[in-house]
Design a protein around this ligand. Structure first.
Ligand code: SF4
Ligand code: SF4
Length: 443
């Protein structure tokens, strides 16, 4: 891998375990009889509920309206009747109001040919409002409303538009399959975004463990005649984080507290680019996404296109159920994902994977005391001192942790992965950041 680009500081090499699903084509998942659609699926304020129990909804109908600058629209994934509005736990353990919809009636989109819009005739502003109307948020995990991210502030310029095809989390292969199966659409999505942000250069980062995706994207770009620089990267976690990806590709570093646009860059992951294509060209709301269902306890691991609001239990059943009792079920990847305890938790826009892991797949050792080995410091891509941060958080001294850069933590889990004492460092960082945000809101 010598000579290939990567980021410079920290990083780890967890086992990839992508072979369970990397050769499996994306399949449409069964549509559940009851969909649970949370009103808080994005970064920012929850959407305002527009429906009540007893209302009929159509496929793709607006049921939750964006409530602010950082918020997003929510659409009904299925036709049906609203049964109730209730509280549900999201995969990250937060509580949200959700619309429960019983499947009923005709689909407006499913199985029907959709009219294509000629996007080239639209202005930047029109394209941005199509993206906002259709509730597109970042699908790489951050769930930031995309229309906000692509609105370049006055005085700033996008020198680089970087497409994130890294998918560095072990096990996950949804983006990999999208690049293999939907390369042409991704290229069109890149052209749409380029019209909005007007970059000087367009690049795409893909780790070298996906050589077929690198070739496919290069070929699709050449056929479309777009100047996309497909950059093969070393395999290193967390290269899919936008700060690490930008450093690997452009050599530029996003300073603490700043955004990619502050260093002249815009980043979008391939799933998001694909969703933008569908929103603009087919006027399709974000009502489904591709995710990977895998892990040693899943009978038939697959990549599935799943309607938002589908209970995780129904997806697991579709994959043949558990072939052995899982030690834990994780939503997202094993490094940054969240363990869930209720299999009726619904899929939301940010759900990139569902993992049912056996005891042999997880770090099962018992927690001991810190031995001051410094491995967590070496692993941290943000240059933080996780062991010291954890000690401050453990003692409730969030202010001191904040001064040591806690808010720069990306929650990548690299520190916890290398810790021989099995100290729950990422959980500590998440708690500390949550407490700091609470303090800020109070103040
Ligand atoms: S979780 Fe935070 S502290 Fe730990 S390695 Fe990642 S960025 Fe550093
Ligand atoms: S890796 Fe674990 S044991 Fe080593 S210094 Fe960090 S917290 Fe302590």
């Amino acid at each position: 891998m010598k000579g290939l680009k990567t980021f410079s500081r920290g990083g780890v090499h967890p086992p990839g375990r992508k072979n369970l699903t990397s050769s499996k084509a994306i399949k449409n998942a069964v549509i559940p009889t009851i969909s649970i659609v949370p009103l808080s699926q994005h970064l920012g304020s929850p959407s305002e509920c527009l429906v009540k129990a007893g209302d009929n909804v159509t496929e793709g109908m607006l049921i939750g309206k964006s409530t602010g600058f950082i918020s997003a629209n929510i659409h009904s994934p299925v036709p049906g009747t609203v049964k109730e509005i209730k509280d549900v736990y999201l995969p990250n353990g937060m509580l949200s109001k959700a619309v429960s919809i019983e499947l009923e009636g005709e689909f407006d989109r499913l199985g029907k040919e959709q009219n294509k819009r000629d996007w080239e005739g639209f202005s930047k502003e029109e394209l941005l409002s199509m993206i906002a109307d259709n509730g597109v948020v970042g699908l790489g995990g951050a769930t930031f409303p995309v229309n906000v991210k692509l609105s370049i502030p006055k005085g700033k310029k996008a020198e680089y538009f970087v497409v994130n095809g890294v998918e560095c989390e072990p096990y996950l292969t949804a983006d990999h399959r999208l690049m293999l199966e939907k390369a042409e659409r991704i290229i069109k999505g890149i052209q749409i975004i380029s019209k909005i942000v007007e970059p000087e250069k367009i690049a795409m980062g893909i780790e070298i463990n996906k050589p077929d995706a690198i070739e496919t994207m290069k070929k699709a770009a050449a056929e479309a005649g777009i100047p996309l620089d497909v950059v093969p990267l070393q395999v290193k976690y967390p290269q899919g984080d936008e700060k690490q990806l930008l450093q690997a590709i452009t050599g530029r570093e996003v300073p603490s507290g700043a955004l990619p646009i502050d260093i002249g860059c815009v980043v979008s992951n391939v799933g998001t680019v694909h969703a933008i294509y569908e929103a603009v060209v087919f006027n399709k709301p974000l009502i489904e996404r591709v995710l990977t269902v895998t892990g040693g306890a899943i009978a038939n691991p697959q990549n599935l296109k799943v309607r938002i609001g589908t209970p995780i239990s129904s997806i697991i059943e579709e994959c043949g159920g558990f072939k052995e009792v899982p030690e834990k079920v994780v939503v997202g990847g094993p490094m940054m994902g969240f363990t869930i305890y209720d299999l009726d938790t619904p899929v939301i826009k940010g759900t990139s994977g569902i993992l049912a892991l056996t005891s042999s797949e997880i770090h099962g050792a018992v927690r001991t005391s810190c031995i001051s080995c410094g491995r967590c410091i070496q692993a941290c891509p943000m240059g933080l001192n996780p062991t010291t941060l954890f000690k401050y958080i453990d003692h409730g001294d969030y202010t001191e942790a904040s001064e040591l850069g806690l808010m720069d933590c990306k929650e990548c889990g690299s520190c916890g992965f290398v810790c021989p004492a099995r100290i729950p460092l990422i959980q500590g960082m998440r708690l500390g950041k949550r407490m700091l945000r609470k303090k800020k809101v109070k103040a």
